[in-house]
Design a protein around this ligand. Sequence first.
Ligand SMILES: C[S@@+](CC[C@H](N)C(=O)[O-])C[C@H]1O[C@@H](n2cnc3c(N)ncnc32)[C@H](O)[C@@H]1O
Length: 193
Amino acid sequence: MDTTASPTPFSPPPSRWVARFAPLVRQGGPVLDVACGSGRHTRLFAGLGHPVTAIDRTLAGVADLAGGSSPELIEADLEDGSPWPLPADRRFAAVVVTNYLHRPLFPRLLASLEPGGVLIYETFGQGNERFGKPSSPAFLLAPGELLDRVGHQLQVVAFEQGVTDFPRRAVVQRLCAVADPAPWPLPPNRAEG
Ligand SMILES: C[S@@+](CC[C@H](N)C(=O)[O-])C[C@H]1O[C@@H](n2cnc3c(N)ncnc32)[C@H](O)[C@@H]1O
């Protein structure tokens, strides 16, 4: 037994929502796991053959994945006003965010999708304070908020909100949406002739 190897941190199973929509992601396309935590979705997509970039303010949960060329692990605080930790033109076939909410990031998340890229989002909603953490309004989506934030810019594939009992009783909101492969052309402006 190799006693020098670092132990594999506990990683819960992937979200059923994320696993359900993983097949929508372009085969072999790069995936961004935002606030990756233990890396359960980094591991899911890496196992499906995707190059994954995982960001978190602490990489302790994915320490066992460090050292290779993939996944790309980036330690960065996404809320302290620092610049986005990736080149501005970096695009992904999927952006995955679960159990994390920092509203100012939404424009950046959308801009990080390649044409046809998939946003898979799942986090807690208002009312969750009845069941436990998170309970601060800053971390709880208002009813329909994910739709309001991305529905005008992406094609919504699926949306759910409400009380769940799995993996524990909680109020959650979930969305899967796709960036248009090509932007809808605007009709010519008559005034422009
Ligand atoms: C509840 S965990 C969710 C982890 C993972 N997405 C999942 O669903 O398993 C929230 C994660 O957000 C990360 N996080 C919180 N604040 C952050 C910040 N300011 N910048 C980057 N990551 C942050 C935490 O370190 C933690 O890993």
